[in-house]
Design a binder for this molecule. Structure first.
Ligand code: SF4
Length: 897
């Protein structure tokens, strides 16, 4: 039901659902179920269900919720007519953005076939910093694409993670880890959920994690507690960087050849300094060993330094005392934690007798484990300085030598991928958008330099959300949070039709939701809505649905087919790829139709080539192949005509039935020799290439020094291999934030806040009993909480004479809300926090007019601005590298109400 995607069993009697429990035979949750999962029955019976297509009544204001029913045929006919016209005129005038995003392979294909670049899911306002920061550094990321190996870890450090992240699997793993005597440290401004059972809670000020990571790295390097062999062989620590400040190639790696064709997208001929011979050599050349420190000169006089030397120099200033001032954690505590990490990794290191061969053909008879594992999530990521903070975390994990090793961080298929994975090419010019033509490239991807930016001749953005422009060059998940504002402003242009699927953009998914509502309902001089047509698809009557011109009712998760696909967000395990499906247990309620079916039918009606051959979504999943006869489709289990093949094989007409007969899940366990060191594991790479998990079998080097960032920085300095340059007003911004080595800066919001007026940080968490706003109408879960408090450290509250349980006021420079106070010792004194998406807007979710959600609940979003002061009328409150929304950067003050 939520993004954890546990296996469940739905027990029926006389065609009715009686109860739901966890499926013990499912590899992910092994029968464990959470409150939300067990309460799914009340979601099915929710009075807030939308049950038929609706059209806004003529003349009714958006937001008034005045609709009239239409048939599906009318609704789809209307949409078909409108989208056909847009596609023939200018496809980018259609924007499709989705909240629930476990079907991006389908919705992304639809957008691409339609020809619009204006497509993304919710990652930009969720955790793109986590994904981008880690993928650009180590080739994988937390949650479904990788995680802590708690079976073998001895020390587990969790940072900024709420309890619903990878919920049931992580609970099972932590429980086992603790019983086996492992030590669990939680770093978080708030001690809830997982942190409540941590052996130690280290409170930290929000938005300062990057400083802590850098100080920990500083200590590991100072104490020489790094895994130097790991760094030398598996990271770019030894690669030589051109340090000639006057040269055009400043900050780039130096290479052995003019051309290297190992992988057309990625070179592997960087030089290192062979410390044995005292001269440069191609990396990993037989008999050579890289120097990690020092300064050298090439034969042509070019001054060079190993990347690790540059990292060392960067870390010099990041002392524990420096970080203590920023984070609020005592310097001695930082020093002790670094020592504990380093000594655990070194002294409790172990070997597993698993033979494997590395990318350079060297055979190993074991894999080593340095048993320190981490898990981190949005608490670290959702800041406008989060990308560099996550880079620092990834480097910390690499210094300890824990990447894809037992007891450390382990990848899950289809990861690891390149650093970055450059084969999914996004278009790089407006020419990619043409009438009645599919988009010439993927709408989302991983830029590797200025040449990959999706910009026009003047350097301006092509996408409505400005992703992949000079403002947010590495916006790999798009910026859904910018869409309504940009479309309203006509910046960079106006659109015609905005289609939103299951995202509550008029409430808890927008900063300053009242502004989003005003924009959605606003008209221009000619009396036309500034965003002319809004289509909303959802299963429930949310705050957003009231703003639709056309409202399409989706099914629940118990009424439709779904895939958790390797092309998208699978549920893989450390030991191999896993995917799964949902099959309907009850028919759709009323006239509800699965959104996937709607997409396939719209694709057919519009004549989009990729959708023509299919009857519906089930047929599409069964027969779709990524390329003609590729054998690669949405599902990896029971492929081949008779269902005897796995991973790749011809489409199998009986595939859904075989999934249904096998607990709806397919698990391919790889041999042990392929389960570790997958960034550099030749056997794994050759197999992964054969089953189309990778394009090339080349090594995936850890990027301690991110040359990709330096390419953007050089362009901002007016030099480097690319002729593209940022527009003048963005040059300093790109030069500052595209630092190839991680660094700490205050979040952008903090930089424009008077700290003495707004002394507190304010943050939110998703509650464990509700998944975003989607469970607001669940009668059982509402008994757990129907309203929320602002949790305030008792000392902080008392200083303002605010009593426990009393009404209080919380203000930022952008707005003010009234809420109820709850004293808490489980929050650091400089932070206040609350559960997200509990408070509701009156009239929504079919709740009673006096429901606690309206009268006592609140959302912090009213205090958070989507815009900050900046050049050209302001900038988005987002990370300047990735566009990640800065949800947790707001500063507030509190008072009695
Ligand atoms: S964690 Fe999510 S998927 Fe798992 S049981 Fe709970 S609601 Fe269902």
């Amino acid at each position: 039901m939520c993004a954890c995607r546990c296996g469940i069993r739905v027990h029926m009697r006389d065609g009715e659902i009686r109860y739901i429990d966890g499926n013990p035979a499912h590899p992910l949750n092994k029968g464990v179920i959470c409150a939300k999962g067990a309460s799914g029955i009340m979601k099915q019976k929710s009075p807030a269900r939308l049950t038929r297509p609706l059209r806004r009544k003529p003349g009714a204001a958006r937001g008034a919720g005045e609709f009239e029913p239409v048939s599906w045929d009318e609704a789809l006919g209307l949409l078909e007519q409108r989208l056909k016209r847009i596609r023939a005129e200018d496809p980018k005038k259609f924007a499709l953005f989705t909240g629930r995003d476990q079907m991006q392979a389908l919705t992304g294909l639809f957008a691409r076939q339609f020809g619009t670049p204006n497509y993304a899911a919710h990652g930009g306002f969720c955790s793109v910093n986590m994904a981008a920061g880690m993928i650009y550094t180590i080739g994988g990321s937390f949650w479904e694409f990788g995680g802590p190996d708690l079976d073998r870890a001895r020390l587990f450090v969790m940072i900024g993670t709420a309890e619903d992240h990878h919920s049931n699997p992580l609970k099972i793993a932590i429980s086992k880890f603790k019983r086996a005597g492992g030590r669990f440290v939680s770093i978080n401004p708030v001690r809830t959920g997982y942190s409540a059972i941590a052996d130690e809670w280290i409170p930290i000020r929000p938005g300062t994690d990057g400083a802590l990571m850098l100080a920990l790295c500083h200590e590991l390097v100072r104490l020489d507690l790094c895994d130097r062999d790991f760094l030398a062989q598996y990271t770019n620590a030894g690669y030589l960087v051109n340090v000639d400040p006057a040269g055009a190639e400043e900050g780039l790696f130096v290479h052995a050849k003019d051309e290297d064709k190992t992988n057309p997208f990625r070179r592997h001929d960087q030089l290192w300094w062979d410390r044995r011979a005292g001269r440069p050599a191609e990396n990993h050349a037989a008999g050579t060993e890289p120097a990690l420190e020092g300064e050298y000169r090439l034969a042509d006089g070019t001054p060079v330094k190993p990347a690790f030397q540059l990292l060392r120099e960067r870390l010099d200033e990041c002392t524990p005392e420096w970080a203590a001032d920023i984070t609020g954690i005592a310097a001695d505590r930082i020093r002790a934690l670094a020592r504990e990490m380093g000594t655990t990794a070194r002294d409790q290191s172990f070997k597993l007798p698993i033979a494997w061969t590395d990318s350079w053909g060297r055979k190993h008879d074991h894999v080593r484990g340095n048993p320190v594992a981490f898990h981190a999530m949005r608490g670290m990521a959702a800041h406008s300085n989060g990308f560099q903070a996550i880079r620092a975390l990834s480097i910390l994990m690499s210094l300890l030598g824990t990447i894809d090793r037992p007891g450390g961080f382990r990848h899950k298929a289809p990861f690891p991928r390149g650093t970055p994975p450059v084969y999914a090419r996004i278009p790089n010019s407006p020419e990619a958008v043409k009438p009645n033509t599919p988009l010439a490239g993927a709408p989302l991807g991983f830029p590797a330099g200025p040449e990959d930016l999706f910009i026009d001749a003047e350097g301006g953005p092509v996408r409505i959300d400005k992703a992949f422009s000079w403002e947010y060059p590495l916006a790999v998940h798009g910026l859904m949070h910018n869409v309504i504002g940009n479309a309203w402003r006509g910046d960079p242009y106006r659109i015609d039709t905005l289609m939103i699927f299951m995202a509550n953009m008029a409430w808890n998914s927008s900063m300053r939701p009242e502004e989003a509502r005003r924009m959605l309902n606003d008209k221009d001089e000619s009396g036309e809505f500034r965003i002319p047509f809004v289509v909303v698809c959802d299963a429930f009557q949310s705050e957003m649905t009231a703003y639709a011109d056309l409202l399409l009712p989706d099914t629940t998760y118990l009424e439709r087919h779904d895939v958790m696909s390797l092309l998208d967000r699978p549920i893989s395990e450390f030991d191999g790829p896993v995917d799964s499906v949902r099959v309907p247990v009850v028919p759709p309620t009323g006239e509800c139709r699965p959104f996937q079916d709607v997409i396939v039918e719209l694709g057919k009606r519009l004549g989009l080539p990729a959708f023509k051959p299919y009857d519906n979504y089930v047929d599409f999943v069964t027969r779709f192949e990524t390329e003609p006869n590729s054998g690669q489709g949405f599902l990896i289990g029971w492929r081949g005509k008779d269902g005897t093949k796995a991973l790749v094989g011809e489409p199998n007409p009986g595939q859904w039935a075989q999934y249904a007969a096998n607990n709806c899940v397919f698990h391919h366990a790889m041999p042990a020799s392929h389960q570790y060191m997958r960034n550099w594991n030749l056997g794994y790479h050759e197999w992964a290439q054969k089953v189309k998990l990778r394009r090339h079998p080349d090594p995936i080097m850890i990027q301690l020094y991110a040359e990709v960032l330096q390419r953007f920085r050089l362009a901002a300095k007016g030099k480097g291999p690319s002729a593209r340059r940022p527009p003048p007003h963005l040059r300093t911004r790109v030069e500052t934030y595209f630092d190839p080595l991680p660094f700490f800066y205050s979040p952008l919001e903090e930089q424009c806040t008077e700290r003495d007026k707004f002394p507190l940080a304010a943050i939110t968490q998703r509650p464990m009993a509700m998944y975003h706003s989607w469970d607001s109408q669940n009668a059982w879960l509402r008994q757990i909480h129907a309203h929320n408090y602002l949790f305030v450290n008792a000392a902080t509250a008392r200083a303002q004479r605010i009593e426990d349980g009393a009404w209080m006021r919380v203000e930022s420079q952008w707005g003010e809300v009234r809420c109820m106070a709850r004293y808490s010792e489980a929050v650091e004194p400089g932070t206040v926090w609350t559960w997200n998406a509990i408070g509701k807007s009156p009239g929504a979710w079919k709740l009673a007019p006096d429901a606690n959600e309206f009268t006592r609940g609140f959302i912090l979003n009213h205090l958070i601005s989507d815009r900050l002061p900046g050049p050209g009328g302001g900038i988005s409150n987002s990370d300047p590298v990735t566009g990640q929304a800065g949800w947790y950067d707001v500063r507030v003050r509190i008072s009695r109400a």
